[in-house]
Design a binder for this molecule. Structure first.
Ligand SMILES: [Mg+2]
Length: 251
């Protein structure tokens, strides 16, 4: 029970049977960006257009907002290239001089070089242990088609059974349909025998719950801080390693 008397977060139980499938969000759950503001400032400076890190951050946040609104346009290699061109232009226009006068090609190169993903350290061993226990693993992510490359480059692609991106599926979390498709992709495992882990209450917890799949919130910054809007009974974990020894959540 929480301090305010509410039921508080749920717990991952040990008495219930283990999940047969674990669905996994990508950004913030499996992978994170490596210090993108400093990386962008560095990449711009290397192209003769130094800007402060605060300006780099402001411009990159504008680019990220544009990307989030349009990433489902990138369903194949050609549309991914077009999206990247548009994102780079949003970035360039949000940067101060001299970076604003970079060529579109140079701005794009700086952007792509600055966006480097890494797998969180707990992820590879947790995925391997879950798989060794017979659990099917499916990534369910609001991302463009390039997520496959990111998972390959971070060493995760071979550790999961399937990857669903909102761009390719043409449906995004929190729509229950993408979660249902994920379960179909691993042989039609019933929703109540699966678990979804993600770092967003609005897309991961709400979407999985709407699909009948027990959800777990992962908060790598500290599971004990408040989580506005988190439904009572949803467990909060700090590391993916907490999923392994557990059964389905008990509420
Ligand atoms: Mg996420």
């Amino acid at each position: 029970m929480a301090a305010d008397g509410s039921p508080g977060p749920g717990r991952l139980g040990t008495a219930s049977p283990p999940p047969r499938a674990v669905l996994l969000d990508a950004l913030g759950t499996l992978v994170g960006l490596v210090d993108p503001w400093a990386a962008l400032a560095r990449e711009l400076a290397a192209r003769g257009a130094p800007v402060g890190e605060a300006d780099a951050r402001r411009a990159l946040l504008a680019e990220m907002a544009y990307y989030r609104a349009h990433h489902d346009d990138a369903v194949d290699a050609a549309s991914l290239e077009a999206l990247r061109d548009r994102c780079a232009e949003v970035l360039r226009r949000a940067l101060p001089e001299p970076a604003a006068s970079l060529s579109p090609a140079a701005a794009r190169a700086a952007l792509l070089a600055a966006l480097r993903f890494r797998a969180f350290a707990d992820v590879p061993p947790a995925l391997d242990a879950l798989r060794a226990a017979g659990v099917r693993l499916v990534v369910v992510s609001n991302w463009d088609v390039s997520l496959h490359d990111v998972l390959r480059d971070t060493g995760l692609a071979g550790r999961v059974d399937a990857v669903l991106t909102s761009a390719e599926e043409r449906v995004a979390k929190p729509a229950p349909e993408i979660f249902a498709r994920a379960l179909e992709r691993v042989g039609g495992i019933p929703a109540h025998r699966a678990l979804h882990v993600g770092d967003s209450i609005a897309t991961d917890v709400a979407g999985a719950s709407a699909a009948g799949i027990p959800a777990v919130l992962i908060d790598r910054d500290g599971p004990d801080r408040g989580h506005d809007g988190l439904p009572a009974g949803v467990p909060v974990i700090r590391s993916l390693s907490e999923v392994l020894p557990c059964g389905l959540p008990t509420f």
